[in-house]
Write a protein that binds this ligand. Sequence first.
Ligand SMILES: *Cc1c(COP(=O)(O)O)cnc(C)c1O
Length: 396
Amino acid sequence: MAITPLMPVYPRSPVRPVRGEGPYLYGEQGERYLDFAAGIAVNLLGHGHPVLTKAIQDQAATLMHVSNLYGSPQGEAFAKRLTDLTFADTVFFTNSGVEAVECAIKTARRYHYVGGNPEKHTLITFRNAFHGRTMATISATDQPKMIEGFAPLLEGFKVVEFDNLDAALGAIDENTAGFLLEPVQGEGGIRPASKEFIQGLRKACDENDLMLVFDEVQCGVARTGYLYAYEYYGVTPDIMASAKGIGGGFPMGACLATEKAARGMVIGTHGSTYGGNPLAMAAGQAVFDVVANDEFLTQVRQTGERLRSALEQMIPNHDHLFEGVRGLGLMLGIKMKTDSRAFVNFLRTKGLLTVAAGDNVMRILPPLNIEEAHIREFVDTLSAAAGEYEVPAEAA
Ligand SMILES: *Cc1c(COP(=O)(O)O)cnc(C)c1O
């Protein structure tokens, strides 16, 4: 048999982590990596954080899973915390980001259905977006590498240019349910939308009774220096998907909505066997215990500024490779003049982990609690590596 037991859908790098400690990962031979990928914006407290580890251990020993057929004191408590801290009035818990987006899409459609407008089923989505890998969420994109071979796709999505308000407003018609977008695109190459764009979408939704649906799976939970990125934009969505950092490494997600937006989500309309299990709730609560306060968020913004300015100082020394830094808080990207994937692979051989993204961007997504010394180690190693790097012929 040629196929590997682990289905070969990922181009896995030779890094084989077996242990983590703070912002460091250790491979099978004890080799050490500075992890500025953080499981793609997941391990926001780094690896082995004592608060998170203990919460999970204690809850695992107490009660791990019960059915959603029963009352959930743990789910009620975390949902209350999320609704107290955000725009939302109600929360559906999931096990992943894509399930949170799926719930968001269903919530938007049901809103119009119960409002007597079942024809309003189409979400306007955006070029280079990433919403996950289910049939619904790949249907929401136009990226050939994600959709090829999976036809027929789900109907009800219309893709237009990102951060172009005229294009978005021009796409509204009698079938429009709303907009689905990442306020800061992640996979697409760390692109924060402009405030004018986001505020323009909010206004159009208000005027046309449309749902503004944010996918904050990557940019949410303190990553940008705001608990959720919508705060930076000065608007609130009607529905929002959260995941990745929310469990700090424990798989979980959440679909948040206002009472109005969730008017169609009544008994029997949605479900999940594991969603909101006590173990996940304990992980989420522990993460929020650490990150959901002004002191931590201020520190993320300051750390983000320091990392950004250190990168900006370094870039002119390697301007054959790097074009500039973009992003918000500790969701940063370096736009490269060469193939970012090849460079990310090279950095790995120097003990640095980053993530490639679209548009030849290298994503820098460190744990949110990194310290000055980690920034220095990262930028010094990155700069030395850039000095040594020979652009491969096929990537030039
Ligand atoms: C990662 C991601 C998803 C999908 O999350 P999974 O947990 O992999 O299902 C959806 N949307 C965005 C913006 C993401 O970054």
